[in-house]
Design a protein around this ligand. Sequence first.
Ligand code: NAD
Length: 368
Amino acid sequence: MANPSILILAGDGIGPEVMAEVKKIIGWYDAKRGITFDVSEDLVGGCAYDKHGTPLHDDTMAKAQEVDAVLLGAVGGPQYDNLDFSVKPERGLLRLRKEMDLFSNLRPAQCFDALADFSSLKREVVAGLDIVIVRELTSGVYFGEPRGIFTEGNERVGINTQRYTESEIARVARSAFELARRRSNKVCSMEKANVMESGILWRQVVQEIHDKEYPDVELSHMYADAGAMQLCRWPKQFDVIVTDNLFGDLLSDAAAMLTGSLGMLPSASLGAPMANGRPKALYEPVHGSAPDIAGQGKANPIACILSFAMALRYSFDLGDEATRLEQAVEKVLADGVRTADLMGPEGGTPVSTSAMGNAVVAALNASL
Ligand code: NAD
């Protein structure tokens, strides 16, 4: 059988720096676990624009459609800020998401014990937190028509339209139920069925998919505003939260920050299953290209490393290996190894990006 394939698009700024640490880990799986990936690399974002005049070359797009998983670093930088909108680095990422039809965005909020004091919430509220928000990514109010700024009488009116088809809701609901089955088997669906028809349909369809296909999963419904409150009050009551594009944008940012630093947050964007049964998938850290620290060896590679752990779990059915990698990260943090972004008020000496990657590899070695 062919090896599983990965396309690495390291991108701009700190993207290549954090991706270099993931490559060490890919090498470790090959050498120590006999798990070999066919890895290819290409350009996305500003570096692709510099070479090809476009932030994503058609050939790169075609490769992304063929591989089992795409790993992306980050795109963007101040030198590209004045480019035409159509060739800005972010357009490369948006094209990938759109053409791969990545409708299900998984944003975990996981609080490592060693970092519980970084949260703005009390330690007991966040320590051990492990939830995932599944955000619908390709429809809803960010895409619905009509949209625009129009003139009505003698004033302007701004219009966006929240629109969801039954099939769009059903597919993201399935993605959440599948995810829950790999975790604690619990889904909470959030919308505003009290004031929005699209919310009423959302609730009905999620319930129908549950009753027909996933009756074994515990399902609850919550209004999104109450959900936001509960996330701050007692986030550990949740396992998987599924919600639409707009509410997911807000709730996932809020939930992620419960856990501390931007340098720690991974994400996965999944699409429909391919012929081999694996979903189309793109894994990337939540952070951007951090131009303020790029090239200085200061970036925290953990978000990118944890994104690879998500790939092991969701694209390659290697859940045990994903857990091994997450535990290695946990051990490194518990041992007090910190990049600059993780330094607390007590101070200390931060380690470099590369040293953090090496520490994770050492913890992987210790796990054998
Ligand atoms: P950013 O996430 O790049 O940086 C925000 C702050 O967090 C900075 O102070 C940065 O130094 C710090 N930071 C981010 N990642 C870190 C890491 N791994 N380790 C340590 N510190 C880290 O967001 P920004 O400054 O708003 O944007 C910078 C550029 O990145 C812009 O061009 C923006 O368009 C782009 N961007 C890209 C993505 C993406 O590729 N998915 C996401 C967000 C922003």
